[in-house]
Structure formats: structure tokens, C-alpha cells
Design a protein around this ligand. Structure first.
Ligand SMILES: [Zn+2]
Length: 448
């Protein structure tokens, strides 16, 4: 017996070009799929009917790049010498954190970060976990948390040769091991993740490319987030970062490049030619002071650009607002980026980055991943003309009322419906407390 849910009287932003905005309409969900989308009322019975009057219905937001474990540093006061450069951010903050992480930390952060994203309207994320001392079993722990929360996640272990090639071998082994396990789950999938070209050899990149192709999963890598990546490749190989990745066969339609802040026109042309995608992380880029990615130039070339949070602010609406404003400021041109483009990045383009043809828009036959937003208290009219503007200028994650993932109502009236929210907070705080303690007592000269 199939189960049907009818969401009616909503203002629907489909992100499907055929029928982009429906002033007052319905979405009929059958089991895990969108069965029908239309205007007015559907004259049929459903097992469950939801009145979406005063609500905006959008496709579940795609967070195209994140690090779930980043949530464990929220508010932490690390006793470190203040970094004045991106490489120092890695050396003084993230690499010591990576090394201190345990598999239990991976699980706890996956619980709280997944819950935070889901509550703020994001139904899918692409995560890469980095923990050289917690490799084996990390992906199983993250997958368990993703399933408990009810979000959809593509997960990966980020391989690097920062210490030695042994840690990369173990990271790839964990990836291959998880490939079999994750096949059992409808909401958790896998990708191959390489940290960044300045921490890996040519051989490792080639190996990662071949494993991704064997497993038929996407490959992701951080690209020229800071200048350190670019200078490393120029000095050692005489090539810019994208040129080196291209020589190694790493660029293709299943490759997702995170950041691409320090890329020039030649590199953008190569990315476009290879049909690789880019994920823009504007808030993280500002936090780390690395620069502004040339996103308008990417879009002009037809490169698919998704939107990510890079493990910092998990509310996708904040990231959307920043994606709108940072390029206007950077170009000193208030037309340098528009609202619809930002919304594309956060939904349909993010899905395209990872080849997810069944996500990213409210289209018949796609998976029923839907976000309902309470727009009752907005100070100005909400209609077909104004809704895109409202989504970028007025709405925040706290306005999200209900979220469906694969037809399952996982957020109900703003509350997590899948697990007890108090439990998520308790586990997350407990692990963060231990992690902070380990980071502060194991201090060396740098204080971390
Ligand atoms: Zn990242």
C-alpha cells in the first residue's frame, strides 16, 4: 500500500523551468516521490493533508560542501597564536583539531550538524571528514548519525599525505570499505575526497581518481582556497592548481572543486571545458580571509556552481545572503549577483554538481525532499513576484516550519521529529567538552 501526503494552498517555488513559481498550488507526495505538482486544489483524497497557507514551499536546500565536525569548534576559545594567513589557520586550528578527533566525535558532530542543517531547511549535504587518528569506522559512525537525524548525506573520508602516505592508504581503505556498507542505505551515499593538492602527491591524486571511477562516485578536492595551494603547485610543478589536476586526469563531470578562490581565466576555461563543478563557500572564505572566488566569471562560462558552508554557518539562508552580497561588494557593482542565481546555486545547481538528477527541484518523479517556510509574519506582501526576493532577503533558517526527506516529515512545526532534540545536544556538548579539553591540555608552543 502506498502512502500519500498532500501539501496544499502553498506558494510553490519549484526551481523547475517548466513551471517555476505557482502562486497557490499543491504538491502530492506518494511514498518517497513527488507524484504531482499543480495550481489550485487537487480534487483527490490523500492519507495526510497539510495546509500550507501562508507558507512558501521550496525544494530541500542542497549544502554542496561541508565538514560536519566543524560544529564542535563552535564558540571554542583555543589558546593559539592568532593566524594571519590561511596556511596558519590550518596549522594552528584545523590540523590539531583533526588529529584530536575520535570516531565518537565524528558521530556526535554528524548528529548536531545534520540536525542544524535540517532544521534550517537543508535536506542534503556533501561532507568530508578529516581525522588522521580516527580513520577506521568513521564513515559508519557518520552514516549512523545521518540516518538517525533523517537528512540525506553524501559522505567521504578526506585523504591526505600530510604526515605520510600510510594515512592516505588507510583513508582510501576506509572509503572502499564504506562503499559496500552505504549501498544498503537510501539516504546515505559516498564520494571520494582528497584534501587539497598541496598535501598530496601526483600518485595519490591518480589513485583517488581511479577509485572514484571504479566506485562510480563523485570526487571532491579543495582547490586554491588559499594562496598556499597555488604557490606549492607553481614552485614544485610549474603549474597552477587546476592545470596540475587536469594533467592528472582529475577533472571531469563527476569532479567537484571546493572554493577555487585563486584561479585565473585559463583555469576557469579548463574547468568549463572538462565540465567539472565548483562549490562556493562565501562565509567560510570571509571567515578565513582568503579572498573572493570569481563566481560570476564561472557562471558566465557555464560552470555549474553549488553553495556550501565549509563546516561553519549551517543555516543555508545566511550562506545565500552572503553569496549575494560578497560579489556585489567585490565588484563594487550591485548587479554583480542576483537572487535567482543564488537560489539556483543552493538548489538545482548543487544537485547537478553531484549528478543528483532526482534532487534540487519540485518536479514530478523526483524525490520528495521539500522545505516549508512560514511566511505569515513577513512585513510586506508575499506573492509570485516577491517570493524570490523574500527567500534571499527576508527568510532565515528559523522560519522553516516543516521539512520532508524522501516523503518523510522529519521536521514538524520547527522541531526535529526523528529523534529527541535534547539527546542530540547532550551528546554533542559532551563530546565537544572532551575535545576542547584535549586540545587545551595537549598544548605545545603554539598553544593548541
Ligand atoms: Zn572544506
Amino acid at each position: 500500500m502506498s502512502h500519500t501526503v498532500l501539501i496544499e494552498n502553498g506558494l510553490i517555488v519549484t526551481m523547475d523551468d517548466k513551471k517555476p513559481i505557482i502562486g497557490e498550488g499543491y504538491v502530492l507526495v506518494e511514498d518517497n516521490l513527488i507524484k504531482e505538482v499543480g495550481e489550485g486544489n487537487l480534487r483527490a483524497d490523500a492519507d495526510e493533508t497539510i495546509d500550507a497557507s501562508g507558507h512558501i514551499v521550496i525544494p530541500g536546500i542542497i549544502t554542496a560542501h561541508t565538514h560536519l565536525y566543524g560544529i564542535l569548534l563552535r564558540g571554542a576559545n583555543l589558546r593559539i597564536r592568532p593566524p594571519t594567513d590561511f596556511a596558519q589557520v590550518l596549522q594552528r586550528v584545523w590540523w590539531p583539531v583533526d588529529e584530536a578527533l575520535t570516531v565518537d566525535d565524528a558521530y556526535a558532530s554528524a548528529l548536531s550538524a545534520s540536525a542544524a542543517m535540517l532544521q534550517a531547511g537543508s535536506t542534503f549535504f556533501a561532507d568530508t571528514y578529516s581525522g588522521p587518528n580516527s580513520i577506521e569506522g568513521s564513515l559508519s559512525a557518520i552514516a549512523r548519525a545521518v540516518r538517525e537525524i533523517g537528512i540525506r548525506g553524501m559522505i567521504a573520508f578526506e585523504v591526505t599525505e600530510r604526515h605520510d602516505s600510510e594515512e592516505a592508504r588507510r583513508g582510501l581503505e576506509e572509503t572502499e570499505r564504506a562503499a559496500t556498507e552505504l549501498k544498503k542505505y537510501a539516504t546515505v551515499s559516498l564520494m571520494v575526497s582528497v584534501h587539497a593538492s598541496f598535501t598530496v602527491s601526483d600518485e595519490l591524486i591518480e589513485q583517488a581518481v581511479s577509485i572514484a571511477s571504479e566506485l562510480k562516485v563523485p570526487l571532491t578536492i579543495h582547490v586554491s582556497e588559499g594562496l598556499v595551494d597555488l604557490y606549492h603547485n607553481l614552485e614544485r610543478y610549474g603549474e597552477r592548481t587546476v592545470e596540475r589536476l587536469d594533467r592528472l586526469g582529475a577533472l571531469g563531470p563527476h569532479t567537484v572543486l571546493a572554493h577555487c578562490v585563486h584561479v585565473n581565466d585559463t583555469e576557469l576555461d579548463i574547468i568549463a571545458e572538462r565540465n567539472a563543478s565548483v562549490v562556493h563557500n562565501p562565509m567560510s572564505n570571509m571567515l578565513n580571509g582568503v579572498g573572493v572566488a570569481p563566481v560570476p566569471e564561472m557562471i558566465e562560462r557555464g560552470i555549474t556552481v553549488g553553495l556550501g558552508n565549509d563546516g561553519w554557518i549551517f543555516d543555508p539562508f545566511e550562506n545565500m545572503r552572503t553569496a549575494l552580497t560578497v560579489h556585489r561588494l567585490n565588484r563594487r557593482n550591485p548587479s554583480a549577483m542576483d537572487e535567482k542565481t543564488v537560489l539556483n546555486m543552493a538548489t538545482i545547481w548543487g544537485a547537478v554538481c553531484y549528478g543528483l538528477s532526482d534532487l534540487g527541484s519540485i518536479t514530478e518523479g523526483k524525490l520528495a525532499d521539500l522545505t516549508l517556510i512560514d511566511a505569515e509574519s513577513l512585513p510586506t506582501p508575499v506573492d509570485e513576484e516577491s517570493v524570490i526576493g523574500h527567500l534571499i532577503h527576508s527568510i532565515g533558517g528559523a522560519d522553516v516550519s516543516d521539512v520532508f526527506v524522501g516523503g518523510r516529515r522529519v521536521i514538524r512545526a520547527g522541531q526535529l521529529a526523528t529523534t529527541e532534540p535534547g539527546r542530540v545536544t547532550r551528546i554533542s556538548r559532551e563530546r565537544a567538552r572532551h575535545l576542547w579539553h584535549r586540545l587545551q591540555v595537549s598544548g605545545d608552543e603554539s598553544g593548541v
